[in-house]
Design a protein around this ligand. Sequence first.
Ligand code: ATP
Ligand code: MG
Length: 349
Amino acid sequence: SRTLLRVEDLKVDFQVPGGVVQAVRGVSFRVRAGSTVALVGESGSGKSVAAQSILRILPRNATIADGRILFDDGVVNEGSGPVDIAALKADGTAMRALRGGRISIIFQEPMTSLSPLHTVGDQVGEAVRLHQRVTARQARTQAEDMLRRVRFPDPKRALDTYPFELSGGLRQRAMIAMALVCRPALLIADEPTTALDVTIQAQILKLIKDLQADLGMAVLLITHDLGVVANLADEVVVMHRGRIMESGTREDIFADPRHPYLKALLRAVPRFHMAPGERLVPIRSITSEGGSLLEKDHQPWPPGADAAGPLLAVEGVRKRYGARKAGWFGAKAGAGTLAVDDVSFTIAR
Ligand code: ATP
Ligand code: MG
C-alpha cells in the first residue's frame, strides 16, 4: 500500500543547561497506510521524542534541527502530495488541523489527555468540534458512536460520566475514543498499555487492532513488549541512542540472525518465567544521561553462564521526563524534569 508517513533524516536537539543533547540523530523510516509499525528500543533511545516530533508537541527546549516528516493521507494539501510536518509552525492552523484530526496520539496515562473537570461526552465531543463544523448535538452523537466502538458497556450513560468515575481500562477507552473520533489516518500509541494489568492490556491491544481494521488507520506503536510486537507489527524499527539500529518486516527482525541488537534487547527484558540458569543479558549504556543497566553482565547467552554476581545491576541511572506530557491538545511545553537521578541498586540471584 502507499506510504502515509515518511520520516527522513530527522534530528532533534534539546537545549539543556551546559549544552545540547542530541536526542534523535538522523532517523529515517516510513509507515504505510493502514499498517502497524512498532518502534522499539531501550529507555532514552528517542522513541517518544520521534513521536512528539511527528505531532509537533516537543518540549519547549527541543528543536527539529534537520530532516523532513512527510505526511500524505490523500486529504492534506487537498490530495496533491505530502505535507512536510517538520516545516510547519507547531501551533499554526495547518498543524492544529493535522493534530487530533489526521494524526492522533494516545499515552500510557489517560489523564494526560483527559481533563478531570469535564465529562467524557464533552471531551470527546470537543475533539470533534475542534476539527469539524458541527453542532453540539451532532458532536455528542459522534462521541456516543465512538464510545460504542471502543466498547463502553453503556455509551449513552458514559457521555455524562467524569473520568474519575471510570476504571483504568475504561479511562483508556475514553482516551482512545477522543483520539479516534475524527478518524485519523495515523494513530501513534506511546506505550499505551504499560500501566495496566495484563488482562486489561490484552483487551486494549485487541481493541486497537480491531479499530485499526474498522477505521483503516495506520498505527505507530511504541512499546517495550516484544510479545506485542510479534503479535501486532507488520514492520519493526529499532532505535538505539537516537539512531536506527535495525529495521525490517516482523519476520525479518525476529528470524534473521543479522539483527543481533533486537535479539539482545529480547534477552534484556525480564520475563515472568525465566528458565533455571537463564539470565538477563546486558545492553550497554541504556540511558543517554549516564549510568547503565546490567552493564557488567556481557557474556554469551544462555549456557555455561557463571552464577556469580547479581542478576540485575543498575548503576547511576538518570532519566529525564518531558514536562510536556500534560495535555497534548493544547499542549504547553515545559522544561524536562529529572525523574530518576543517579539510582543504583542490584538484585541478587
Ligand atoms: P522510554 O522508553 O523511557 O520512554 P524513549 O525512547 O521514549 O524512552 P525519549 O523520551 O524519546 O526516550 O528521550 C530520548 C532522549 O531525549 C533522552 O535520553 C534524553 O536525553 C532526551 N530528553 C527527553 N526529554 C528531554 C527534556 N525534556 N529535556 C532534555 N532532554 C530530554
Ligand atoms: Mg518514551
